[in-house]
Design a binder for this molecule. Sequence first.
Ligand SMILES: Cc1cc2nc3c(=O)[nH]c(=O)nc-3n(C[C@H](O)[C@H](O)[C@H](O)COP(=O)(O)OP(=O)(O)OC[C@H]3O[C@@H](n4cnc5c(N)ncnc54)[C@H](O)[C@@H]3O)c2cc1C
Length: 414
Amino acid sequence: MKRYSVFAVAREAARHHLGWERAWRSPEPKKKYDVIIVGAGGHGLATAYWLGKNHGITNVAVIEKGWLGGGNTGRNTTIIRSNYLQDPSAAIYEKSRSLYETMSQDLNMNVMFSPRGVMMLAQTQHEVRGYQRTAHANALQGVATEFISPQRVKELCPIMNIDGPRYPVLGALWQPRGGTARHDAVAWGYARACSAMGMDIIQKCEVTGVRSEGGKVVGVDTSKGPIDCDRLGLVVAGHSGVLAEMAGFRLPIESLTLQALVSEPIKPCMDVVVMANTVHGYMSQSDKGEMVIGGGTDGANNYTQRGSFHHIEETVRALVETFPMVSRLKMLRQWGGIVDMTGDRSPIISATPVEGIFVNCGWGTGGFKAIPGSGWAMAELMAKGHAPLADAFSMTRFREGRFIDESVAAGVAH
Ligand SMILES: Cc1cc2nc3c(=O)[nH]c(=O)nc-3n(C[C@H](O)[C@H](O)[C@H](O)COP(=O)(O)OP(=O)(O)OC[C@H]3O[C@@H](n4cnc5c(N)ncnc54)[C@H](O)[C@@H]3O)c2cc1C
């Protein structure tokens, strides 16, 4: 892999950009791999990357039914934060956030990580108490957050109306090193690094069946024929239930469409990320100037992966009181992604009843921020059989009643 650098840009500029090589290879599948990962979203690709980087396992295929990064990884609003309440969540999300800090250097790809600060608004007394509690928990967990006053909120985000008639801003949970990153670049960076390690990323190849013998996985059936493997990672977000059914077990996952929209580009007016959970909307400004706006999940389970008109109305109506300028914006695009929700709104990174099959899912509405840490933990689990960051997220917790309840922190906010 030729390294990207300022010198490479200058060299290619001098020869009409004819020397760039493809970022990753697109090979036909081999008959057998040590490890197959299903799903070339951020979590699947990061799993493959850390399998190679941390554990020296490179005879790996990542199989994707569409194009890599075309699932939720390329559809989210890119918010990165680690201000979760429960210890296992703070540990994995903070690991992830810290890996984002050096991701561009690690992957030799500019992922445009922008730690501009994330604030979660408290607009009811209930939220004030909840976020103060989270700030105290974060202090014990070593996650840098603080509960800030309405005046500080206004200083950080002058376009906000903090004296709204229904929901005045009473403070906010502020994480100064939270922020955003370019989601496609995260997928592309991992894909390029995996390909450079000799792994095969096989796009437009749908897994249609999972084969096992004597309770142990032996391979998958795909639209490009059968492929054998010793270990299999299912990392398919909203389709986790479908893949689990192929493998012969059930997951406590519901699949729903989550929607988002962007406005026309405008001049820079907001250099922080704001999440308003009571009215339910969240917003940041992209480098192109668009206001990136996230809304809620659909009211009923579905696999539609598209936007719907009433969500624009609901989301924009929710934001207008706190951000009056939103009423003057034209909206440009709207879309949806199929998110995978667990009952306690925490992920599953786990071995399964079938020997050799591991599952990584349940990131729901908030898994973009977790990509590097989740891949780190899943790779360790697949390589060694257990992983300190993943152990609490085993799927057996639902049977054993060990829930990691993040329903307030992660259920609606991203
Ligand atoms: C609108 C929206 C906004 C969001 N905002 C945020 C946010 O601000 N911050 C945040 O942290 N998170 C956010 N999220 C959540 C985040 O995007 C997801 O949790 C994360 O991207 C999941 O990544 P993944 O790799 O697990 O899944 P995906 O990126 O969905 O990848 C799974 C892949 O599996 C493939 N696949 C499925 N079935 C098969 C099959 N049978 N064979 C082969 N391949 C298959 C799919 O095609 C897909 O590419 C948001 C999500 C949405 C939809």
